[in-house]
Design a protein around this ligand. Sequence first.
Ligand code: BGC
Length: 254
Amino acid sequence: MGNREILGIDFGGSGIKGAPVDTKKGKLLAERHRIPTPSPSDIESVSGTICQLIDYFGWKGPVGIGFPSVVMNGTIKTAANIDKSWIGVNAQELLSKKTGLPVFIVNDADAAGYAEMKFGAGRDVNGTVLLVTVGTGIGSVLFSGNRLVANTELGHIFLDNGIEAESYAADSVRETENMDWTEWGARFNKYLNELQKLFWPELIIIGGGVSKKPERYMPALSINTEIKMACLKNDAGIIGAALAARKALKRDDD
Ligand code: BGC
């Protein structure tokens, strides 16, 4: 195994997905493998699923994992859509011990941001870029001059209707409330316009599951900022988690 191959894992609300990544090319080296997220998504069960993924690929090298949480120095600080038992746990230490491999943890949206800025829709964009990942929750990524402001958590801002953005416009809300795409698109438009008003980004990138079907809601969006879909689609989280691990291992310039 070379220096640049790292197993990327994306811990999502409904699935935990992984694949070995060539971090130099930003490409998966094997087809991604997905295991449904255990319920409850507590420490024991999720650690077990992560070990299963590592075994599935017979992986013996470094691992990068995107968590749907604020992550500071490997410690999980929030748990909006996962079991609360994770809060305060140093997942990086815990999973390194459990797997016997060097494990690095990063916020899932920040991971997707690294990947899109290096290999995807944000390549060569130097100004303020916002990436919004839409799935079970809403994740956000803020880049300025190609530098990440980590853990921005803009899915938790309150809109002028008094509702938290994630509870109003996440894809999971569209599904539970049985909304059609036009109705959901109007909600998403309201959220994007709020972000536009606050940050004046040069570009907004849309990631997560909804980036695969833009034609369904793009007609409902009316916003004065360039919008692009994430190029790496759902693989951005996996690729970015591996990139974050590579960064932590200081293999950036090899
Ligand atoms: C979490 C974020 C995460 C996002 C997407 C939110 O509920 O607070 O940390 O990035 O969901 O998974």
